[in-house]
Design a protein around this ligand. Structure first.
Ligand SMILES: [Zn+2]
Length: 156
């Protein structure tokens, strides 16, 4: 978790900003619970916090939803090589047709962030992999917006 928001990020909202908007958290998670969360993989701590906030703000949401990206057969043919047919969205607000991604700064290349590092060992391999992640994220978000979705990225 980062302590500072990232005002320079277009279309991004930081967890601390959302937290401030929602007021103080009801409880603090102990280390044991954090460990439990990590083991489960999908339920990362920042995502849980975003969920808690959304819940408190009164939003109805669904988790880990597979959203189809191909609007028509023609479009599917044109983008087949670059965009998969669907994308798994961390949190969706169906009523507002909004897709929220909770992204780790390392894996998703949070630009100008101190957590956006590149390992020195096998640097080229890591760069290719991590930049690939970022490119895929952009493609997913663009495809979603084309289908009328609003996309929000929350950085850890
Ligand atoms: Zn970051």
């Amino acid at each position: 978790m980062e302590q500072e928001p990232h005002p320079g990020q277009a279309g991004g909202a930081c967890t601390p900003c959302l937290r401030r908007a929602a007021g103080p958290r009801p409880f603090d998670e102990g280390p044991a619970q954090l460990e439990h969360v990590r083991i489960r993989g999908k339920d990362t701590t920042p995502e849980k916090r975003v969920r808690t906030l959304l819940h408190r703000l009164g939003y109805r949401f669904r988790l880990h939803v597979l959203v189809a990206l191909s609007a028509s057969p023609g479009e599917r043919v044109r983008v087949r090589c670059r965009i998969p047919r669907s994308v798994s969205v961390d949190i969706i607000l169906p009523k507002y047709k909004t897709a929220i991604f909770v992204h780790g700064c390392f894996w998703h290349r949070h630009r100008r962030c101190k957590n956006c590092t590149t390992p020195t060992h096998r640097r080229a391999w890591w760069l290719k992999k991590l930049e690939g992640n970022a490119v895929r994220d952009k493609l997913h978000q663009r495809a979603l917006r084309k289908l009328g979705w609003r996309t929000i990225v929350v950085w850890e």
